[in-house]
Write a protein that binds this ligand. Structure first.
Ligand SMILES: [Zn+2]
Ligand SMILES: [Zn+2]
Length: 278
């Protein structure tokens, strides 16, 4: 699928010599999610939760040529992850990968692309280009939500957002990552204090909702590894969290682990993060 080598031309998306595996969070949060996973042979898009116009604007900001995208992987069917899927897949002329139940919901909801979906199964690794992708189940109130570990040679990227809690399967798949993107969604006190309906509060705080800052820190205590070079906290709620608190909670956790070489990045809703490389 990755027949052609992509020459990265920009500063933003160009790795330092010797670095191979990269990640660019184009945007993250309940208003839209999209992440680019980089290899020297081409890139993958995880989720298409922005309109095509907005996706293209963000790719341009991050200096990622859209021709470098080889496939779209879908984590789950919530609108903030698939809003632009149908249009993006058609415009970019690339295949869409998702699991069987998600495919059914996308088709039923008119959100699936016209082209045939490529199905993956949690627990079964598959290859796309230079990547080996391991999809795994996460507890979330979607029909069958996925997270991913991407392997490129000896390098590993773990990517998990939209999870109500981190179970042993999650920890297993996120262990010993060179690059790690993980959800730090809310501060429970801010959720309770918000004006949201009780049902929505229960949903966010529940075991199939979203991961709190504290639970993210507990997960980090278990999975951060000496080889972890970059950490991104993602899917922060704008109403029930603040970016400074996300960063502080993760920083305190990292410090308690005795790591002085790792500074957490907080993914934003409105602008892409700089590309991070391992
Ligand atoms: Zn989401
Ligand atoms: Zn979701």
């Amino acid at each position: 699928m990755f027949g052609r080598m992509i020459q990265m031309v920009s500063q933003f998306a160009a790795p330092a010599p010797g670095l191979q595996l990269g990640v660019t969070v184009l945007g993250s949060g309940s208003a839209g999610n999209a992440v680019v996973v980089h290899s020297p042979e081409g890139n993958l898009l995880v989720d298409a939760g922005f309109s095509l116009v907005e996706l293209r604007r963000r790719l341009a900001t991050a200096a990622i040529p859209e021709e470098s995208l080889r496939a779209i992987l879908v984590t789950h069917e919530h609108g903030d992850h698939v809003k632009g899927l149908r249009v993006a897949a058609k415009a970019l002329k690339i295949p869409v990968f998702c699991n069987r139940l998600t495919a059914t919901v996308l088709r039923d909801g008119g959100l699936a692309p016209e082209a045939e979906l490529t199905l993956f199964t949690a627990g079964s690794a598959f290859r796309i280009g230079a990547f080996t992708v391991e999809p795994f189940c996460i507890p979330h109130d979607a029909v069958d939500a996925s997270a991913f570990a991407f392997h490129l040679g000896d390098l590993k990227l773990g990517l998990a957002t939209d999870l109500g809690h981190a179970n042993s399967l999650t920890m297993h798949h996120l262990a010993a990552c060179d690059l790690l993107v993980v959800e730090s969604n809310h501060d429970p006190k801010m959720v309770w204090a918000s004006g949201r309906p009780a049902m929505v509060k229960q949903r966010i705080l529940g075991r199939r909702g979203h991961l709190s800052n504290e639970d993210c820190a507990k997960l980090l205590q278990r999975v951060l590894h000496t080889r972890t070079r970059h950490l991104v906290l993602a899917h922060a709620s704008r109403e029930c969290n603040c970016y400074d608190l996300v960063e502080k909670t993760a920083r305190d956790c990292i410090r308690a682990l005795g790591r002085t070489d790792l500074a957490p990045h907080v993914a934003r809703q409105d602008v892409p993060l700089a590309t991070l490389w391992a």
